[in-house]
Design a binder for this molecule. Structure first.
Ligand code: FMN
Length: 199
């Protein structure tokens, strides 16, 4: 995974941050449940407002009875390659919380932000363990909500395809082969400014 990764950080950081990227070509390997649970374990330790831990993960592994249903939760484009992944994870967040000392449920203003932190932790742990994650916005929200009988206070954030990286790039749909490389980033000056909004 790292040998084709030519990304350079402009400031000193741990190499794990540039080593993680989102391939679409996965090896044919299935993922043991214990391995997947270790990724959720990393996500579990993410910070959240009031420590409300609004993230929820619903998953299916290839080779298990729920697999085809979960592939069907993705849009056509994502199905074309993610059907070869080892796991599909739905990231869901609870949009309400009960503040400490209160017994009243109130809207949570940062449930998506917090779920995003948890997904980041999950992605980094997977990468450190030799697996790849690929975030998916292209999913069928209504289908997921109906088939999983999701209560309205739970928001569907995104899905994640997880697989063993290093699969055959030529097995991908033709239009995706050239895109199978780690992507660059905006310079830091375009995303961070001191004291004023400079963008
Ligand atoms: C929330 C989220 C949704 C994404 N949705 C899709 C998607 O539907 N299909 C896809 O092929 N890639 C999707 N991506 C992958 C991004 O395009 C990719 O993460 C981005 O280009 C940065 O590349 P890197 O992850 O390799 O560093 C998504 C990523 C995230 C975080």
């Amino acid at each position: 995974m790292t040998d084709i990764n030519t990304r350079q950080a402009d400031h000193p950081i741990d190499p794990q941050f540039v080593a993680r990227w989102s391939p679409r070509a996965f090896k044919d390997e299935t993922i043991p449940e214990a391995t997947l649970l270790s990724f959720f374990e990393a996500a579990r330790w993410a910070p959240s407002a009031y420590n409300a831990q609004p993230w929820r993960f619903v998953f299916a592994r290839r080779g298990t009875p729920h697999w085809e249903q979960f592939v069907g939760f993705l849009n056509e484009f994502n199905q074309s390659w993610a059907k070869h992944a080892a796991a599909i994870v739905l990231v869901i967040s609870k949009s309400t919380l009960t503040p400490p000392g209160s017994d009243k449920e109130v809207p949570a203003s940062t449930h998506s932000f917090d779920a995003g932190a948890a997904w980041g932790y999950l992605a980094l742990q997977a990468s450190l363990s030799g697996w790849a994650t690929h975030g998916l916005a292209g999913i069928e929200h209504d289908k997921i909500r109906n088939e999983l009988d999701l209560p309205s206070k739970y928001k569907i954030e995104a899905a994640i395809a997880i697989g063993r990286p290093g699969g055959d790039v030529n097995a991908l749909p033709e239009g995706l082969r050239a895109r199978e490389v780690p992507s660059p980033r905006e310079p830091l000056a375009r995303i961070a400014s001191e004291g004023r909004f400079a963008f």
